[in-house]
Design a protein around this ligand. Sequence first.
Ligand code: 3MF
Ligand code: MG
Length: 348
Amino acid sequence: MWGEKMAGIFRFSFGPWNIHEGEDPFGLPVRESFDFWKKMEFAAREGFEGIQFHDDDAVDLSLSFSEQERNLNELRERLADLGLEVEFIAPRLWVDPFYADGGFTANDPKVREKALARSKRAVDIARALGTERIVIWPAREGTYCRETKDAKLAVERFLEYINALLEYDKEIKILGEMKPNEPMDSCFSPTAGHFLALAENTIDPSRVGVLIESAHAVLANLEPSDEMGFALALGKLWGIHLNDQNNLKFDQDKTFGSVNLRRAFSQIYLLDKYNYGQNGEYVGLDVKVMRTQNFEQSLKHLIYSKEYFLMLLDKVRSVDENKLEQLRASRDYEELDFYINKIILGYD
Ligand code: 3MF
Ligand code: MG
């Protein structure tokens, strides 16, 4: 048994986009979107402690600055009343058609300028809501077809952008959330490893880390727990987006554990072994419901992702570490493999 050694502290979070706005996953709207506060009340009721926001999830960016400030203060207070804190802010540089070719790697200097201005505003929003964490998912910072952008220049622009944000606010921490493709054919920084190489070249590497999403790792044909291990070894695992994914296709964001229990187990095993959460990191979920249905049915993917996590955490903590060591030493890998699966199946 790990006993005392296993010491992850697991506080859960999700973003309002995880409760869908009402479009069918493959089509037009099929119902009204749900009220924002109804979503937040659900989060509190189900024991979530953190909320992830895009800049425009938190506040209407078309309002005047003073109105925005007022609304942000009210938002922070009302969330606190529900026992919720803001985990991070992510500047959303991919919905507005202005950013169709990306933000900070766009060829048009006006677009790059606005992308940076919006991201600085996202930093202010984060600070107003009491978090220093800024998540950068470089959604359109890639190409639909290779020759549309200069790949070397794009990476230099990525670096300049990160540096500008680090310079803008000396307290913030930047968490890169990398994904190899979608919506673009190909992204300039497709994996956590790429981003961490970039991080080392910024003006303050100590404030740049990663958020690893399970499905994004699978989309890069990588093992999510290995991606997490890589970041843990470098002290850079500052956030996670747990979910699941059936092989290499569109980004499915399926309920964590629903496709591959063993893969989910491996992630929790590592997180627990290396005390994830002890520095305030959240177990973030980024999951989509299978179909667009009524309110109660539209929440189950969140509830069950957390349930899968907690059930598997029990299994993780029941691993006999001595036995595991013996099996490793004797290189009895078939036995080791079977042992782990028996634990998951409840036959140990
Ligand atoms: C896309 C994602 C995003 C990010 C979110 C916060 C819409 O594949 O995972 O979800 O998680 O934008 O960075
Ligand atoms: Mg995500």
